[in-house]
Ligand binder design. Structure first.
Ligand code: BTN
Length: 344
């Protein structure tokens, strides 16, 4: 639907007013009563509940549990991120589609959403299981004025935005595991896959792919993932309004993105460290077959994870897979994640 589409304008009128007569709708939209009826039927076919109240008119009684572009946009405060939404009921991977659109020149902020992904992609070549109509699979196209080497900061900043958005649903229970896994009660609830189209010294586009397990039930997770992954619904017992969550995430992403570009990553570190489940812990980081062990000091001004070795030397880590050394692992509380999450 677009703004000039009569069905979209009809929906706008129904949203604004409690009950609207067919006659008023016909006048406002400049189309016949028969055409109004046809568009009402079309909207009903898309899952909108529109009740006809005797002698009074039409009433919007419910909207479909679908991440429809118009429904996201009407809930947004953000001015750029999520203002244009490309929607798929099913696609291979929103990251793949977003990168294609980015190369075709799509504007910054464009959000690609899918209700289901057939080849959802995770970090380090893993997959991301993406059952239909229960969670959020979205990829935002960004065109930041950052050098390519700083692009990982976008993933870290995005993790902060996801954590803030989840915090509103489960206060005090959200943590981040470097670089960008979001955990709820120690189990992975969201993951981020950032991909880049760049020249050696210039970023053309970054695709920020985010998967958040919102209303998935236990059976949405493969048996081996059940002890280490969760959804907001499983953890809180409450169904999440996926549209409200998606719009709130766009708002949070825009806020951290603007701050990152204006003030640098340093402005986000203190809050990031407060969410980190690794601060002060002994960890091992695996990166391309190379292992580094040390106590986590926190993030440095570029977003690298700083480890303090047994000899007191500080080693900044740029990328890798982190596991906590020995003993009880707080990042895996309630059987929480070693790696991966809703998928690998
Ligand atoms: C991870 O391994 O933790 C990252 C998972 C990222 C999954 C999201 S879902 C939306 C976007 N499309 C993809 O194919 N992957 C990302």
């Amino acid at each position: 639907m677009s703004g000039s589409d009569p069905a979209a304008r009809l929906l706008e009128c129904l949203r604004r007013e409690r009950v609207v007569s067919g006659e008023r709708l016909s006048e406002t939209l400049g189309i016949s009563r028969a055409a109004i009826w046809k568009h009402v039927e079309q909207l009903r076919a898309r899952g909108y509940r529109i009740e006809a109240e005797h002698a009074r008119g039409y009433r919007l009684a419910g909207i479909p549990d679908r991440l429809l572009p118009d429904e996201i946009v009407t809930r947004l405060t953000a001015r750029r991120l999520g203002r244009r939404v490309v929607y798929f009921e099913e696609t291979d991977s929103t990251n793949v589609q977003a990168m294609r659109l980015a190369r075709e020149g799509a504007a910054e902020g464009t959000l690609v959403i899918a209700e289901r992904q057939t080849h959802g992609r995770g970090r380090l070549g893993r997959s991301w299981s993406s059952p239909a109509f229960v969670s959020l699979y979205g990829s935002w196209i960004l065109r930041p004025t950052l050098p390519p080497a700083d692009a990982p900061q976008l993933s870290l900043a995005a993790a902060l935005a996801v954590a803030r958005t989840l915090e509103a649903l489960a206060p005090g229970r959200v943590t981040i595991k470097w670089p960008n896994d979001c955990l709820l009660d120690g189990r992975k609830v969201a993951g981020i896959l950032t991909e880049m189209d760049a020249e050696i010294d210039r970023v053309r586009a970054v695709v920020l792919g985010i998967g958040v397990n919102l209303n998935a039930g236990t059976r949405a997770f493969a048996p081996e993932l059940r002890p280490i992954a969760t959804s907001v619904r499983l953890a809180t017992g409450r169904k999440v309004d996926r549209l409200a969550f998606t719009a709130a995430l766009c708002d949070a992403l825009e806020a951290v993105y603007d701050r990152l570009l204006q003030e640098g990553f340093g402005a986000l570190i203190a809050e990031w460290n407060r969410y980190s489940c690794l601060s002060g812990r002994e960890v091992t980081v695996d990166c391309a077959g190379h292992r580094t062990t040390g106590r986590v000091d926190g993030l440095d001004a570029s977003g690298r994870l700083v480890l303090i070795g047994a000899d007191g030397r500080r080693t900044p880590i740029v990328a890798g897979d982190v596991s906590v050394v020995g003993g009880y692992d707080k990042t895996r509380a309630a059987g929480g994640p070693r790696r991966g999450g809703s998928a690998r």
